[in-house]
Ligand binder design. Structure first.
Ligand code: BGC
Length: 811
């Protein structure tokens, strides 16, 4: 069942009923200021860091699910309602939500009044613009009241949600004309404030929540809108809000537009005050002045659209499969941008309080983002590398505001260092900017301890080869990519974190997955070393990689598939010898080892992928492991803590499905790769939205597996490495166009379903138009570049500014 439709022309998903199976979200913002907005107007916003600079409050995991937002209440002759449906839930004659690239427009009408609310963050500004259009579609004159509403968060979202004994006494505001200023804690150490403004005279305002809503009411029946009159309250402690009261007269057919600006301002310490106790509003007034008139708003919207048009033109496809086109051209890169911006911090499944930027996560997010804005990827690489420790290991995450490692989720995840090499390699291949390798980058943000980025990569590489276990395979540490495979944790105590607890210390538990990564990513390091003229170092690295490949085939092969790991006691994890109720096969090493090319010549690769098909594939995607763990295993940790079929215990973890897709292209089975692709790509799931439940335009981290009661139901939409890896799989491996060290590689492998397509790829300033005709097999039969046949499948990089025409006949 569908709850809307794609509008590809406008690059929007159009939701036609407020009653979707779950709140369907969109993100606003580009670099500094971000917002989340649901199809019912729920959500919140923050400056840079969802935890430390939260502007508005949201009630996570609440009843109803999506509670708190920027709401607009209408009182039309005593009939009070909200055009976003929530929170008042009054029946609407018309409802529509258009989630677009960086904006959301929600329209509701009732009783002959149409209200359209548009939310977006203009490029280059630390503010949200809310444009409200009211149109009288009845035959009679209307005199109505409009009330804006939002609730301020007291900046630190964690403290805001817990420290009431202090916070109920600190709230402060100022009101000046049509602008409400939120200045809690500005009197002491904060140099920032927020404001909410409307470009029209107000008839009243409110800044005290209890007065506006009524102590025993909710967002759905607030006093002020229902009574139709603002109370002009000035908050003193408790919960500061911002509400403007506007009186609006509309002749039949008449439309009026109001522009609200919710802004964030920082002042230099010495310019904090206008006069004692009164904040300096100069910067706020400047910002307000940018969006005073509706034409300014339209221009900012047009800029945003042009910005996205430009970004998306870096990789686009024309094919007969419209779902494929909309994933590749619009929604998948859009989600990659959002994951790049947010990492795993703020969504309907991540509170914005718990997690900052992941070391592993952000490196992987880069892979799907780097072709959009390489300069930002560069900056991100330096930020990430600056949190690395001198021995090559890493904090698992860092806070975006301070850019410092954050020990909440600890360190010692032994896959982390390798992802940095992969991220840097992707960046250099995209840009040709080898200069980044010479950048001086600190360890653990200590300016006294710096080294070149290349040296950071060397330490990443060596961290693996310096930490091998009894079988010559990498030690797993706290966990590898699978955060829940905790082989040194041994937790018997509730409330201990699986990620930070290590009740045993030993150098025995090994990961075949990290070994696969090492063989896949290690050669990138060798190539980089070679580029720097360090041929001995490159040869040494290749020697290590070769040894690792041997170790995998010798100790990591189980006969029909790759083993997953050796546990603390040296027992096999993910082997046919595992007991009933234990997993015998796990997906990660199958995908990753084959991607690395292990066993391709000798047959293990094909066998492993056939085992995936036989044992892990389902109608909704490939599960992570099978059979699921039926009991808690103290020696395996969190993986066995989930009920069968969910999350890392036999859920369909969409992040690692593309590894199998890519692996299928490595062995030349494009058809199967595309079949896997379509099983989890959201646009193909639109018709089963009642089962899938999350947004049909973005990937979710997990779909419940075949052992779960709710097989096919997705969770954790938006912030997942799934976005980047699926983009890599489809764009670089199935459609087959990817930047390599010496040129653009064209090597499609997608099967018979997509027999002909054209890719436009911009890279290093040149534009490549690649027309592919494919009979469904693997291997490029013929590649013609500007009419000249070439051998192989790498087209040398062209001069910036040139347009290169490529014809590809794939057998
Ligand atoms: C984390 C990833 C991890 C994955 C699998 C996600 O929640 O963000 O870093 O690889 O889970 O455990």
């Amino acid at each position: 069942m569908r709850f809307g439709h794609f509008d590809d022309q406008r690059k929007e998903y159009v939701i036609t009923t407020p009653k979707t199976p779950y709140p369907w979200l969109n993100y606003l913002g580009n670099e500094q200021f971000f917002g989340l907005v649901s199809h019912q107007g729920g959500g919140y916003c923050f400056y840079r860091d969802a935890r430390l600079r939260r502007l508005t409050r949201y009630r996570y995991n609440n009843v109803p699910t999506d509670s708190g937002g920027r709401y607009f209440y209408l009182n039309d002759g005593g009939d009070t309602w909200t055009p976003t449906f929530m929170p008042m839930k009054k029946e609407l004659d018309f409802y529509e939500c258009r989630h677009g690239l960086g904006y959301t427009q929600i329209t509701g009408s009732r009783g002959g009044l149409r209200a359209e609310v548009l939310f977006f963050v203009p490029l280059g500004h630390t503010a949200e613009v809310h444009r409200v259009k009211l149109k009288n579609e009845s035959g009679a004159k209307k005199s109505l009241k409009l009330f804006s509403f939002l609730e301020f968060c007291l900046w630190n979202a964690h403290d805001d949600a817990t420290n009431f004994q202090r916070n109920f006494s600190t709230g402060e505001v100022e009101v000046e004309g049509s602008t409400i200023y939120h200045k809690t804690e500005y009197r002491e150490r904060r140099d920032h404030y927020a404001f909410y403004h409307v470009n029209a005279p107000v008839s009243g305002f409110d800044t005290d929540r209890e007065s506006f809503i009524g102590l025993y009411n909710g967002f759905g029946d607030p006093d002020v809108p229902c009574e139709g009159k603002s109370k002009n309250t000035v908050a003193s402690g408790w919960s500061p809000i911002a509400s403007h009261g506007l009186e609006v007269d509309l002749e039949p057919g008449e439309e009026k537009t109001f522009v609200f600006v919710l802004g964030y301002v920082e002042n230099p310490r010495e310019e904090k005050w206008e006069r004692p106790g009164v904040i300096n509003k100069r910067r706020a007034r400047d910002l307000i002045g940018r969006f005073e008139r509706t034409e300014q708003v339209s221009a900012a919207l047009a800029d945003l659209a042009a910005h996205w048009e430009r970004l998306l033109s870096n990789y686009s496809i024309e094919s007969k499969d419209e779902k494929l086109n909309r994933m590749v051209n619009i929604w998948n890169p859009y989600q990659c941008m959002v994951t790049f911006n947010m990492s795993r911090s703020a969504s309907l499944f991540e509170s914005g309080i718990g997690r900052g930027m992941g070391f592993r996560d952000s490196n992987q997010d880069l892979l799907g983002f780097v072709h959009l804005v390489p300069e930002r990827a560069r900056e991100r690489i330096i930020d990430i590398a600056s949190t690395q420790f001198a021995d090559g290991s890493a904090y698992h995450q860092y806070q975006p505001l301070t850019k410092r490692g954050n020990n909440d989720v600890g360190s010692g995840f032994n896959d982390d260092p390798l992802w940095l090499i992969l991220g840097v390699a992707a960046y250099i291949k995209e840009t040709g900017d080898y200069g980044i390798l010479s950048e001086l980058v600190p360890f653990d943000n200590d300016p006294k301890n710096v080294a070149t980025l290349f040296d950071h990569l060397k330490r990443s590489f060596d961290h693996v080869s310096n930490n091998l276990g009894p079988h010559g395979l990498p030690l797993i540490g706290r966990a590898d990519w699978n955060d829940c495979l905790n082989l040194n944790c041994f937790s018997e105590t509730p409330d201990e974190s699986f990620q930070t607890t290590g009740n045993r210390t030993g150098r025995t538990a090994e990961s075949v997955f990290i070994a696969g990564m090492f063989v896949h990513i290690g050669p990138e390091y060798a190539k980089i070393a070679e580029y720097r003229g360090l041929s001995d170092e490159a040869a040494r690295a290749r020697g290590e990689i070769e040894k690792m490949e041997k170790a995998v085939l010798e100790h990591g092969w189980d006969g029909e598939w790759f083993l997953r790991a050796y546990d603390f006691f040296g027992n096999k994890v993910g082997s046919k010898s595992c007991k009933e109720g234990e997993s015998q096969i796990l997906i990660e090493p199958q995908g990753y080892c084959v991607m690395a090319g292990i066993g391709v010549r000798t047959g293990e690769a094909l066998k492993a992928l056939d085992s995936v098909k036989e044992r892990l594939d389902t109608r909704y995607g490939i599960v992570l492991n099978n059979p699921p763990y039926r009991e808690y295993h103290v020696e395996l940790g969190e993986i066995s803590s989930y009920p069968p079929g969910y999350k890392e215990n036999a859920g369909i973890f969409c992040h690692n499905n593309p590894w199998v897709m890519i692996a299928e292209t490595v062995v030349g089975r494009g058809e199967r790769a595309f079949e896997y692709y379509k099983k989890i790509a959201p646009a193909y799931l639109e018709d089963i939205s009642e089962i899938h439940r999350t947004e049909p335009y973005v990937y979710s981290q997990m779909i419940a597996g075949k052992d779960a009661a709710r097989h096919g139901e997705a969770k954790n939409s938006w912030l997942t490495g799934t976005a980047a890896w699926n983009f890599v799989a489809i764009s670089q491996h199935l459609l087959g166009v990817r930047p390599e060290w010496d040129g653009l590689c064209v090597q499609p492998c997608i099967g018979k379903d997509v027999p002909e397509f054209t890719i436009t790829r911009k890279c290093r300033g040149a534009t490549y138009r690649i027309h592919v005709r494919s009979s469904g097999g693997k291997g490029v039969a013929k590649l013609t570049v500007d009419g000249q046949p070439i051998t192989g499948h790498v087209v040398p990089y062209a001069r910036a500014g040139s347009v290169v025409e490529i014809e590809c006949e794939a057998s």
